[in-house]
Design a protein around this ligand. Sequence first.
Ligand code: ATP
Length: 509
Amino acid sequence: MANQEDIFKKVVSHAKEYGFIFPSSEIYDGLGAVYDYGQLGTELKNNIKSYWWKAMVQYHENIVGIDSAIFMHPKIWKASGHVDAFNDPLIDNKDSKKRYRADVLIEDHIAKIEDKIKKECEKAQKRFGEAFNREQFVSTNARVLEHQKQIDEIHAKYAELMNNNDLVGLKQLILDLGIVCPISGTRNWTDVRQFNLMFATKMGSVIDDSDTLYLRPETAQGIFVNFLNVQKSGRMKIPFGIAQIGKAFRNEIVARQFIFRMREFEQMEMQFFVRPGSELDWFKYWKEERLKWHLALGIPAEKYRYHDHEKLAHYANAATDIEFEFPFGFKELEGIHSRTDFDLSRHSEFSGKKLQYFDSELNESYTPYVIETSIGVDRTFLAIFSHALKDETLEDGSTRTVLSLPPVLAPYKAAILPLVKKDGLPEKAREIMELLKYDFMVQYDEKDAIGRRYRRQDAIGTPYCITVDNETLEGAGVTVRHRDTMQQERVAIENLNSYLHEHIKPIKA
Ligand code: ATP
């Protein structure tokens, strides 16, 4: 079996080769941690966004969507705390001159110990076979318990240091754990420093401090500052949500994981406004609801896990991440945060405008509490894409690469392929294109032998290949080949549209 690193390399090269993702400004040797979506990547990305938008906005009566500007009043980032506190602790290795996030070095160290536990379990599973009871094993095996104790101790120390913003302590912990630079292999570290992740720019022609704008590092603030506009114009009643999809920008210190960590990326965020006191119930609700959304994609449940935060941001009273097992291990895919009334209160304070809600049932005004769900489009893309990409050995011993995307997310829903480039087959195929293209993204392809065309469609995730042959001209319909099973069946041309509608259903979480 290929190792994780090989799988990841394959994901990156497949994405480029087939027009999903290109390095930005490639002919100028690229720009660090910035990527462009190509012709197929854009389709897949749009379909992911549409799946989220439908699940959040269309299927919930009490959630509406907005699209706020990227540029916002600079005071917003003072109020939100980003100017003072949107920092990452950075550390350099003096020998390799490589820069790291101190928190990530520690988390990676913990992940290595978790890996040891995983390996112990796998070994034991092999030994005990059917009789293996994981829960019992991890609660009794001496080696596992020792590893777990180590993890718990590091976690506790790490959370305390992060909460106290103790940079000296963080460096000491890195030294105590014997963490070495993966490049130089040494422990020759600089002190830990804070680094603000926001990009700044100037608006207008007068250069003074008041003109400094920030590219938004999250879309959420555009929702908070429009809370009253939406609530009043939409006559929204609490509990209700405001959703938004849009670009965000962060000057990430370490950006070496393809589209997992980019400097320009896209978020899908929803802020759900609730009565004070009910927020933890809603937090639980959204935590479960969001995981269901992921699972409905058909990816196995063991690829996901919750990671509850020990270190809570100053504004949060509960927070969890949904982590996904990427080719480089379990990492955050989505955050769910109970943000209290922090944001609305701060914007009230800084703007001088009262951001409150009159609850007619209670006959009182209050500042609503907020549950946030925040997911990266690009990380979701990477999760879905890397899971879908497979090399398969077929019964006859040949191999194929297939991208088993959920049909509704696939860039093309069907490819229309005349068996040969003559005898009127291309013309018939074009007629079928005309029939389907207003409902579905379809692609016409007449180049190369049919087998090679099937393989190409498999590699880009097209769920159905519609082949036009001589019998089609005699009224016998077309063959429809299924990507995953490679089974073929004949379908009448007049039924093709409804056939595709039936087979490509929206995903319901
Ligand atoms: P991390 O700890 O990995 O830096 P974060 O906790 O800072 O992430 P949030 O601020 O909670 O992330 O952002 C919400 C979501 O936005 C994340 O779950 C992730 O999917 C996405 N996201 C954040 N930063 C990036 C980035 N640099 N590139 C791509 N997606 C990102």
